[in-house]
Design a protein around this ligand. Structure first.
Ligand code: AMP
Ligand code: MG
Length: 534
């Protein structure tokens, strides 16, 4: 085994565990399920695993921690990020939080299968928290086992990094490790549990605090600790805010609103559906957090949700995400009320910093998707609405449609008897391209052309704007599933290839086109893992 000699980068990691140092800990050290009050976390160690092996690591995240390739390929790395070894300076703990799940207050939840190892301050003076997901039970595990299976870990690992490279705020993923131990799971909740390979992801973020961390304290009437946690958050994660300002909590809430607005606009831009936007899955930093039953829109269907347990209510469907984020922010506003005592100010902050920012951000983003540098209400409201209606009239692949639209020279006259050849590959069902549909589509092209002629943007500027707004490659649900199926058979090449591909989602990468720039194949339409998840 690689020795953790002083010159080895893993030994040089500089831990500075502000969270455990500054906030009160659960006095009990026993690892048993319980309600934890009067504290923000419980110290708990990861459970050791039999035979961990590294499936993949993300070099950009290793860079954040000043870890080189040799460190990441070392046995010690696998030992540490499977939870088998604790480095000097680490202070492992699980956080206490609550949450509203599907609209109802669920009480204490907490890190049931996440264990924070410690906080690193890197050579650039940035703070990064390391967190293992799937490393065994904690006091917050309730009736579950604290473990994670390979399929969900591959999905979390790949999607975290894909989102980062797409420019979407997200928690990061350093490593994906096979534990060598099976986990029993009832994948379809039909009473037929099966053994699946277990895995652990090491997540990395400046903070893993969620709305639920504050909610649990307010729900218990613990105003003093709520204030302490809020002060801690502002000092540590919002250092640009003036802590002595009289309205500091309102300023902070306002920034959380703005960040959340920007986050959801990004999701809408790339076609991401989180799937479980409970308040315990809302990051206080406005990051995408907790990759569970998420999915990517393939055919543009605003009502689509990847989460089977949400298939009736569709609370967390694609087009609902803006409203749900607002609902979640209302819960946060209620939570912070004891610190602010001004309902009118909270409401107007919500209206201005969330609702208005989300609406204007969404408009600009949609304009950018079709190559307009700004959204003009009078002309573009109709233009965008009509386009999103058309996209639903015939089953159309969202990613391919927008990407290909940039390739259409709009100054050219189009043959109105067919779909322009640049776009044809975006359609799932050729029989839906009826004369009525074509008529509507070409009428839209005409309006679109007029809009450009009225503006001053050149065709090449339009294309460039579209190509940096519309990704060519996203983590399509079936692509992730194919990589998972391979990995379950001991072949990690699919994971590596996707990780590589998704590093440059806006680049053409012509050599990858044939395999990855493809709409969902028919076999994947209803296949578990490829279309729906739970
Ligand atoms: P999620 O729906 O994954 O965001 O999880 C909601 C809550 O359930 C969180 O407190 C999780 O930590 C917990 N949880 C989810 N899966 C497990 C598991 N396998 N073992 C223990 N706790 C879990
Ligand atoms: Mg969660």
């Amino acid at each position: 085994m690689t020795k953790n000699t002083p010159e080895f980068p893993l030994a040089k990691l500089h831990f500075d565990n502000a969270f455990t140092r500054e906030l009160p800990a659960d006095p009990l050290l026993e690892n048993m399920r319980r309600q934890v009050t009067g504290s923000c976390y419980s110290r708990v160690k990861p459970t050791k695993v039999a035979q961990p092996s590294l499936i993949a690591y993300a070099r950009e995240v290793a860079d954040l921690l000043d870890l080189d390739k040799d460190s990441c390929m070392s046995e010690l790395f696998t030992e540490v990020f499977s939870g088998n070894s604790i480095l000097t300076g680490m202070d492992p703990f699980a956080m206490c939080y609550g949450g509203h799940q599907f609209g109802n207050w669920a009480g204490q939840l907490g890190d049931g299968r996440a264990i924070n190892l410690g906080e690193i301050v890197n050579s650039r003076d940035e703070r990064w928290v390391l967190q293992l997901k799937g490393a065994g039970p904690t006091p917050y595990s309730r009736r579950a086992d604290g473990l994670a299976v390979l399929r969900s870990s591959v999905r979390e690992f790949l999607c975290s990094e894909a989102m980062y490279h797409l420019g979407v705020p997200t928690t990061r993923a350093l490593s994906l490790i096979d534990t060598g131990e099976p986990v029993l799971r009832d994948m379809f909740y039909d009473g037929h549990p099966e053994e699946e390979p277990g895995a652990i992801v090491c997540r990395v973020a400046p903070s893993f605090l969620r709305f639920g961390n504050y909610e649990i304290l307010a729900s218990r009437g613990d105003k003093e600790l709520l204030k302490r946690l809020a002060d801690y958050t502002i000092k540590t994660d919002f250092p640009h805010l003036d802590q002595t300002a009289e309205d500091i909590y309102l300023q902070w809430f306002s920034e959380v609103c703005s960040r959340t607005a920007r986050l959801i606009v990004h999701w809408m831009r790339v076609g991401f559906v989180h799937g479980v936007m409970n308040t315990d899955n809302m990051s206080i930093l406005g990051l995408t957090i907790d990759y569970g039953p998420y999915g990517w829109l393939e055919d543009y269907d605003p009502e689509w949700t990847p989460n089977t347990t949400d298939s009736v209510g569709k609370r967390y469907a694609f087009s609902n995400q803006g409203l749900i984020a607002q609902w979640n922010l209302v819960q946060l506003a209620n939570t912070l009320y004891p610190l602010i005592n001004d309902a009118t100010a909270l409401q107007s902050t919500l209206d201005n910093a969330y609702t208005r920012e989300f609406t204007s951000g969404w408009k600009t983003m949609m304009a950018n998707k079709i190559g307009l540098d700004r959204f003009i209400d009078e002309s573009d409201t109709h233009l965008i609405k009509e386009l999103t209606d058309i996209l639903q009239e015939a089953e159309t692949d969202m990613t391919i449609f927008f990407r290909q639209l940039a390739k259409l020279d709009i100054s050219e006259t189009l043959d109105i008897s067919q779909v322009p050849e640049q776009l044809i590959q975006a359609y799932y069902r050729p029989e839906q391209l009826t004369p009525v549909y074509l008529n509507r589509l070409h009428k839209w092209f005409k309006d679109y052309r007029h809009r450009f002629q009225a503006g001053s943007i050149t065709n090449s500027a339009r294309t460039a704007l579209m190509d940096r707004t519309n990704p060519k490659y996203v983590l399509r649900n079936y692509l992730a599933q194919e990589a998972i199926d391979k990995a379950a058979n001991g072949d990690n090449s699919g994971v590596h290839e996707l990780l590589e591909l998704l590093r440059r989602p806006y680049d053409e990468q012509p050599e990858m086109e044939k395999q990855y720039y493809r709409k969902r194949p028919e076999w994947a339409r209803h296949k578990p893992g490829c279309s729906m998840l739970s």
